[in-house]
Design a protein around this ligand. Sequence first.
Ligand SMILES: Cc1cc2nc3c(=O)[nH]c(=O)nc-3n(C[C@H](O)[C@H](O)[C@H](O)COP(=O)(O)OP(=O)(O)OC[C@H]3O[C@@H](n4cnc5c(N)ncnc54)[C@H](O)[C@@H]3O)c2cc1C
Ligand code: SF4
Length: 523
Amino acid sequence: MRRAHNSVWILGDQLLRSHPAVLAAEAAAGKDSLRIVLVESSASVGRLPYQRKKLVLMLSAMRHYAESMRAAGYAVDYVRACDFTHVLRGHVRKWKSSSLFTMAASSFQARRLQSELSANLGVTVTVLPNTQFLVESFTPFPDPQPDKRYVMETFYRQMRRHFSVLLEAHGDPSGGQWNFDAENRKPLPKDYKLPPPCFFPPDALTAEVMEEVEKAGHGVGTVQGFDLAVAHDQAEAALDDFIQNRLADFGPYEDAMSSRDGRLYHSLLSAYVNIGLLEPLQLVKAAEQAYRADKAPINSVEGFIRQVLGWREYIYWQYWRQMPDLRTANGWAAKRPMPAMFWNADTDMNCLHHVIRRVIDSGYSHHIERLMLICNFCTLAGINPAAVSDWFLTFYVDAYDWVVLPNVIGMGLNADGGQTATKPYIASANYINRMSDYCESCKYDPKQRTGPRACPFNYLYWNFLLKHEKKLRAQPRLGPAVLGLSRIPAPERRKIEQKAERYLGRLEPYRGYEKSTIKPQLK
Ligand SMILES: Cc1cc2nc3c(=O)[nH]c(=O)nc-3n(C[C@H](O)[C@H](O)[C@H](O)COP(=O)(O)OP(=O)(O)OC[C@H]3O[C@@H](n4cnc5c(N)ncnc54)[C@H](O)[C@@H]3O)c2cc1C
Ligand code: SF4
């Protein structure tokens, strides 16, 4: 006769060293009566043709985690199945569990499933606050009124104060300012030299997962060249490498882009922090410590902390504030399907070609390339926001519902009525030319608007302003660009519109979804 157990369900993106559900179950009835369950769900993996490197990362990290918990003396059931509820029902019956502990999911859909678990399983279910997001422990939680604008800067300063980060005596900000963005917008010098990348050759378990993913044939990109961290000690080594070798130059060049290298001085830690191999406060404290030890200047340290304690938390907060409507938000009524070039990098626009190629191969591009190249293009070309978010969810190694929807639909496409960002992040080729070397070897001319070699970013940008002139005039932050429209003579306006129409008419849509059984979440 089996003894009654307490079950702990650990989700695949919650691989925390110190997991609140394990701690709570252990405190309730001791380690011996505790059984951990991890589920590899084929339904989750199969919803979109995900980046193969992401599949390897997730599956290998989950399997490494199960091993490490077993090594720490926990009983772990590792199950491969289709349906979470079905597995958990079987688990609680088999082990006669009287209760199940779990940590609140980061995504809306999984949290709904958790809220129905008790009724579905017939046991007490305790859902603990999610410790992967600092804002969850923030009391009082920033104003959640849906009709009120709450800008990131205000949110970020509250977070700095609440968690006592980069503060001096009397609560003054370190370095005398809250924000060093003005020092952090430099293009790269011609002769920049990067520290060598930090990578982790696959061990036997990871190699096995790579073979499995390859054989399954599902997904985009390739498993070849997989070199990501899959366990806590490796992710911590990656953090350490960033702090030692790249943090000091992170600030000045965080917006720069280069055809030579996609990573530059970025941390490449998002994939790890999003699945619990690292925790946000660990990143923040490590950066602050580097500043206190005089190893990195304030503009770089503040710039990095702003990303983690500011943007990451603000994005998560926006997700919960705007769901479920965010998924279908389409503030600019954009209807065009995602172009095929996003699946094969087959475009003569040099900047997009390089970045899409990298994303297909590695599942990574840095923030400004996501925002000012990919989303900028999709906004100007009028691509449907749900199609753009599905593309991001498909291709990036760090992509999850909570982070993609507000970043893409809110910030990148400004389709949420300006709740995430107060203005659309759109720009002509001038910005790309200033911040990168892409234009130097491009067939288009970043300075031409309607000439024979005009860069598509230019006429699409002006076409967008013309098309939405009335709405944009009401947006104070885009005012100067829109006011300039009245100086464009009618024939030039017509040329812009014609060039844009011709270009957009030639954009071949991606038809892969129609051929496959996998359906995007287009509504
Ligand atoms: C259109 C668009 C889509 C994005 N999609 C994702 C995504 O799928 N997954 C993801 O983790 N981030 C996403 N981001 C945010 C950001 O671009 C990535 O977190 C960052 O590029 C990851 O690279 P890194 O680790 O080298 O970051 P760094 O430049 O080194 O920044 C440090 C850390 O800050 C955090 N961070 C910074 N900005 C954001 C942000 N806006 N939202 C959330 N976290 C942030 C990340 O954890 C990141 O690791 C997106 C941003 C945009 C504009
Ligand atoms: S000219 Fe235009 S398309 Fe070419 S790299 Fe520059 S911005 Fe991109």
